[in-house]
Design a protein around this ligand. Structure first.
Ligand code: AMP
Length: 416
């Protein structure tokens, strides 16, 4: 079943969206990309004459009610985006009456699902080492089912349009699907687009394929790095990972970020790339700062010869050229993670150079997929989001999909 061939008229649709938007101190939305991302699905259901029950999580309230993470704060923004009134259910598990009262064209927003520990289904207040943990987990899984059943009871049809959480088997992202038959559950437009973008990268690879992996640590990206090694022609590793590689090869890295327990892993990655004929591109020079600050003094130095008291915070000019060459000739590009501490304008130059090269390659016909919170923040910061082929809303979900893992949120709909 797809959102296009389902007849929503007279039906109540419960839609899982990702409205986990960033808020400032006053509770105002600072980036509404995620709300805008869900609009095509929500508007289609309303235009068809359906009633909408919208559910989402926000932040990490850890199973407890916490006003700081209340979705009441975004109700008006959702109403403005949809161009219609939005009712609010202050307790997502006690919204049966509000849902029953909904008329076609009306919208009900449920309070943050993660105010209930059942949403994530992890037992609270008990350590994994505790002998009673397994029992607690079993009990929690049972109450997670009940919670999902309650949510399901509000509606005739379930739509999952929250790609950002598709890699989690949560009550609202996967378990709930068990309470709808195959004809009454489907992916939303955003999910369909995300799945297609990943398919584009994985199933029909136009070569050369260049992947750029940045960010702070090797440890959080190792799964995807190993997996990409099977697929790419050029693998650029940058950001904080650079210094683990430099140190592993005997370099002097000053105060740069480094995972000392991952030095052997770094050498192993270098060997694997060689064995597989993958062109592994590592930074050669960096812009180092004498403090972790935008106002630090800077100097350009080789990544393997950084003076004490200095830390590599961005890629240097030689590296920018090296990376740009590997990017500009590519026909498929995946970018996850910044090349430097892009949050500081003075150290965002390298990430900008990466983004510019991707934009140029895209203009020359490459398919470019940018995903993962920080690289998305980068392209948005540089105003280049509409000059790459696809900007994914998923961080972890995108990486797991590219690793070839089956995402529970998608499997639950497809009955896999
Ligand atoms: P991740 O969450 O692993 O994707 O890492 C993203 C973070 O890595 C961003 O906040 C960057 O500021 C940070 N980062 C990138 N390069 C460096 C670096 N050379 N030193 C410290 N942090 C970095």
């Amino acid at each position: 079943m797809t959102i296009d061939n389902y007849k929503f008229a007279g039906k109540k649709a419960i839609v899982r969206v990702d409205f986990n938007v960033p808020l400032n101190e006053e509770g105002k939305i600072t980036d509404d990309t995620r709300i805008r991302g869900a609009l095509p699905t929500l508007k289609k259901i309303l235009a068809d004459g359906g009633a909408l029950i919208i559910m989402s999580h926000m932040g990490k309230p850890k199973g407890k009610v916490n006003a700081k993470f209340s979705l009441a704060q975004i109700k008006d923004a959702v109403a403005a985006a949809l161009g219609t009134d939005v009712k609010f259910a202050p307790d997502c598990a006690k919204a049966a009456d509000a849902a029953a009262a909904l008329k076609p064209g009306e919208v009900l927003l449920l309070e943050n699902l993660r105010f209930y520990p059942e949403e994530e289904g992890k037992p609270v207040g008990i350590d994994k080492e505790d002998p009673a943990y397994d029992e607690a987990k079993k009990a929690m899984k049972a109450s997670q089912k009940e919670f999902a059943k309650t949510l399901a009871s509000y509606a005739d049809v379930y739509v999952n349009d929250a790609f950002g959480t598709a890699h989690r088997r949560h009550a609202s992202t996967a378990v709930i699907a068990d309470y709808f038959d195959a004809d009454n559950k489907m992916l939303g437009y955003l999910m369909e687009k995300e799945v297609k973008a990943v398919d584009n990268v994985l199933s029909d690879i136009k070569r050369p394929f260049t992947a750029i992996m940045g960010g702070s640590k090797v440890s959080t990206k190792i799964g995807i790095i190993e997996n990409l090694m099977e697929k790419v022609d050029n693998l650029i590793l940058c950001g904080g990972m650079t210094y683990t590689f430099a140190k592993a090869q005997g370099g002097k890295i000053g105060q740069s970020i480094c995972e000392d327990d991952k030095l052997a892993l770094a050498l192993d990655i270098i060997e694997k790339a060689k064995a597989k004929g993958v062109n592994l591109v590592l930074a050669t020079d960096c812009v180092a700062g004498d403090a972790f600050s935008n106002d630090a003094n800077t100097k350009v130095c080789p990544v393997n010869d950084i003076p004490d008291g200095w830390e590599g915070l961005d890629i240097g000019p030689d590296t920018m050229k090296l990376f740009a060459d590997a990017i500009k000739g590519a026909k498929t590009i995946l970018w996850n993670g910044p090349a430097g501490v892009f949050e500081f304008d003075n150290f965002a130059v390298g990430s900008r150079a990466v983004a510019d090269a991707i934009v140029e390659a895209t203009a020359n016909g490459a398919f470019s997929l940018v995903g993962g919170g920080d690289s998305v923040a980068c392209v948005n910061k540089f105003g280049l989001a509409d000059k790459v082929s696809y900007v994914s809303t998923g961080g972890g979900a995108l990486l797991e999909a590219i690793e070839g893992k089956v995402l529970p949120g998608i499997a639950a709909i497809r009955g896999e």
